[in-house]
Design a protein around this ligand. Structure first.
Ligand SMILES: Nc1nc2c(ncn2[C@@H]2O[C@H](COP(=O)(O)OP(=O)(O)OP(=O)(O)O)[C@@H](O)[C@H]2O)c(=O)[nH]1
Ligand SMILES: [Mg+2]
Length: 181
């Protein structure tokens, strides 16, 4: 597995990803701060292919949903990955491509609105709810599934690597009902 440092906007993001790469034993593909994120991810896919690596996890910069130029940039990255993966061309189809939105659970309803904009722009596959430990807004999970029709795949409940868990709907419902009764 390889990590692609597609957040070239926040300079420290590249160094942070390199640290995560060391911690997890993943190769990190990075360019300099300010580089075109689409180009970084394009190169990462090609280099992973040539080395026979089966998974590329690409980080992208956090962005405001109401800044249309930033949302357009995300659409551009999406198109580049689509074409590199041969998504629209069956004969070149060489793998799967998943788009994951990492949402801060403490943003509440505004977060849902952000998710809607991103979903409309690039058609998300699933959501990771981070900082789930820091919020009592459990209803957001229901709102995401209802409004966007996409699953919550993982929840974050702390700052270390082990604090990311697969989202278990049954446990979640038990907890939600017991805290609200
Ligand atoms: N308590 C808690 N802290 C978290 C969780 N997930 C991330 N954090 C912390 O939140 C801070 C921001 O995390 P990042 O991963 O840099 O967030 P990001 O969304 O990538 O931010 P940008 O790249 O700036 O958009 C870090 O200090 C993380 O350790 C979580 O599930 N719970
Ligand atoms: Mg980030």
């Amino acid at each position: 597995m390889a990590l692609a440092a597609g957040d070239t906007f926040r300079a420290a993001a590249i160094d942070q990803l390199k640290i995560q790469g060391e911690r997890t034993g993943c190769r990190v593909i990075a360019q300099n701060p300010g580089a075109d994120p689409g180009a970084v991810i394009y190169d990462a896919i090609d280099s992973a292919r040539s080395r026979g690596e089966s998974l590329v996890l690409a980080d992208t910069a956090g962005r405001m949903h109401n800044r249309s130029n930033l949302v357009k940039e995300l659409q551009k990255i999406d198109k580049i990955v689509d074409s590199r993966m041969g998504i629209s061309d069956e004969s070149r189809r060489g793998g799967e491509y998943r788009k994951i939105l990492v949402m801060d659970a403490t943003t509440g309803q505004n977060g849902l609105q952000q998710a809607e904009v991103f979903h409309e722009a690039v058609n998300l596959d699933c959501v990771i709810l981070s900082k789930y430990d820091a919020t009592a807004r459990g209803g957001l999970v229901v709102a995401i599934s209802r409004k966007l029709g996409i699953p919550v795949a993982f929840v974050g409940h702390g700052e270390s690597l082990e604090d990311l868990s697969v989202f278990e709907p049954e446990t979640y419902l038990d907890e939600l009902l017991s805290t609200e009764s």
